[in-house]
Design a protein around this ligand. Structure first.
Ligand SMILES: NC(=O)c1ccc[n+]([C@@H]2O[C@H](COP(=O)([O-])OP(=O)(O)OC[C@H]3O[C@@H](n4cnc5c(N)ncnc54)[C@H](OP(=O)(O)O)[C@@H]3O)[C@@H](O)[C@H]2O)c1
Length: 240
């Protein structure tokens, strides 16, 4: 993580799993002006205890913000709050990490599971990009350097190989998680189109697959790709 120079970073789903691990690894970095907006849907709940502890230890670096990817009002409110804290500064890096997994096949997937996964994994990130775009644009303009990078202004969408149209068919029998895969395929398209639209503002948009990681979502089963927690994500951040 030492090469990540982004100052102002926002991460969704930062209270556990890969999101929390990303916050921890960013703290190991020696970027002096770093500020992390660690967002989660229930900052006061039991699942956010580890994040609260971390924020207590690093009060000048971490601010916990409520953001429910399933709730447009909370996304808007979070952006207003972050905007007031950023003041004249922009947001360098937005990490759309929050996500849910629902199991199912063509024959068993319910309307509810399709709607829920699409809402959290696709519509939420779209609204988050929309609300935070003014701050990303501000960071891009303020950087004064040409080109695109995570240090300047970027959106990283934490996706999965499960959303790959070419890869997933061969894995589907082993991982019958159709609502998740369909939503992540949509998320990948969202990323590609965001990259296309926002390149004029020199905002980098990319999706990454973090590898199989033992989290609540990742589960305990045999790895698809045995990267240690977030390693690929971190490598990707370092290389941009
Ligand atoms: N683990 C893997 O093997 C793996 C592989 C490929 C891709 N990924 C991707 O990596 C990302 C993180 O997954 P993970 O393994 O860290 O999962 P996880 O441990 O289950 O954590 C999921 C995170 O998303 C949050 N979240 C869920 N719904 C939310 C909502 N509506 N609003 C805000 N936050 C919400 C959860 O918050 P709560 O505590 O409030 O539920 C939690 O912080 C996901 O996008 C996933 O698709 C993971």
């Amino acid at each position: 993580m030492a090469a990540v120079k982004a100052c102002n970073i926002l991460i969704t789903g930062a209270n556990r799993g890969l999101g929390l691990e990303t916050v921890k690894q960013l703290l190991e970095d020696s970027c002096p002006k770093r500020h992390i907006f660690a967002t989660c849907r229930n900052p006061d709940g039991p699942k956010s205890e580890a994040l609260r502890e971390l924020a207590k230890k690093h009060p000048s670096v971490i601010t916990i913000i409520r953001l429910d990817a399933d709730d447009p009002c909370s996304i808007k409110e979070s952006a207003e709050k972050v905007g007031s804290l950023l003041g004249n500064n922009g947001l360098n890096l937005l990490v759309n990490n929050a996500g849910i997994l629902a199991r199912g096949t063509i024959q068993t997937s319910s309307v509810e599971s399709m709607k829920n996964t699409f809402s959290t994994n696709v519509i939420g990130p779209l609204l988050i990009i929309q609300e935070y775009l003014p701050y990303l644009k501000k960071a891009a303009k303020a950087s004064g350097t040409p080109g695109m990078s995570c240090s300047k202004a970027a959106v990283i969408n934490v996706s999965t190989v499960g959303g790959s149209i070419s890869t997933m068919p061969s894995l589907f029998k082993q991982f019958p998680v159709l609502p998740y895969c369909v939503s992540k395929a949509g998320f990948n398209m969202l990323t590609v189109l965001a990259a296309e639209e926002l390149k004029a503002d020199e905002i980098l948009c990319m999706a990454l697959h973090p590898g199989w990681v033992k989290t609540e979502l990742g589960g305990e089963k045999k790895p698809w790709m045995p990267h240690p927690a977030g390693e690929l994500a971190i490598r990707t951040l370092q290389n941009h």
